[in-house]
Design a protein around this ligand. Sequence first.
Ligand SMILES: CC(C)(COP(=O)(O)OP(=O)(O)OC[C@H]1O[C@@H](n2cnc3c(N)ncnc32)[C@H](O)[C@@H]1OP(=O)(O)O)[C@@H](O)C(=O)NCCC(=O)NCCS
Length: 169
Amino acid sequence: MELRTARLLLRPARSDDVDPLHAIMRQPRTMAYWSTPPHESPEQTADFVTAMMEIPDGQGEDFVVEWEGRVIGKAGLYRFPDIGYLFDPAVWGQGFAQEALRAVIGRAFTVHALPRIQADVDPRNAASIRLLGRLGFHETHRQSRTWLVGEEWCDSVYFALLREDFQTT
Ligand SMILES: CC(C)(COP(=O)(O)OP(=O)(O)OC[C@H]1O[C@@H](n2cnc3c(N)ncnc32)[C@H](O)[C@@H]1OP(=O)(O)O)[C@@H](O)C(=O)NCCC(=O)NCCS
């Protein structure tokens, strides 16, 4: 299943995505507020890509994002109704995340008929929180020490978007 937006192609993950995604996931900037430390080896990214490819039908839908033929990130519901996204720092700030997520969310609410989508974000992740706000998500609750990332305990702020609150324009 492919989705096209004005600038982007969203498509299922493939095994040849390991190298370009590793180039993104090995960077400390990308992974500063992720649930794992930066990937140290391509094998780690290969496991990530395999997990994307093996999501059972009806339980989630994740996409690799391409811009001008180049892999720039991933966006999708890795497990309904949880949304996750990550983009190459080289392309941040150009609205690509927002553009990709609008397509993913629109499909989740229509084709998959989800009533609600949720996100789990590190409270320090200002870019992600701003992005979710732009998309209409609202904060539901917070929890401390939810993720042990390397040696550090991190917290979560949870967001939700209801189908009726999603603006398609
Ligand atoms: C979060 C992330 C996906 C945003 O990607 P992006 O392509 O830069 O997002 P967009 O360009 O669509 O911008 C979204 C909004 O965040 C804002 N923003 C970008 N970087 C920001 C920062 N460091 N601090 C505050 N706001 C920021 C943008 O200005 C934009 O707001 P606007 O539409 O009001 O101008 C990207 O920073 C990323 O991949 N981070 C690493 C992985 C990650 O943390 N994923 C989320 C896990 S919950």
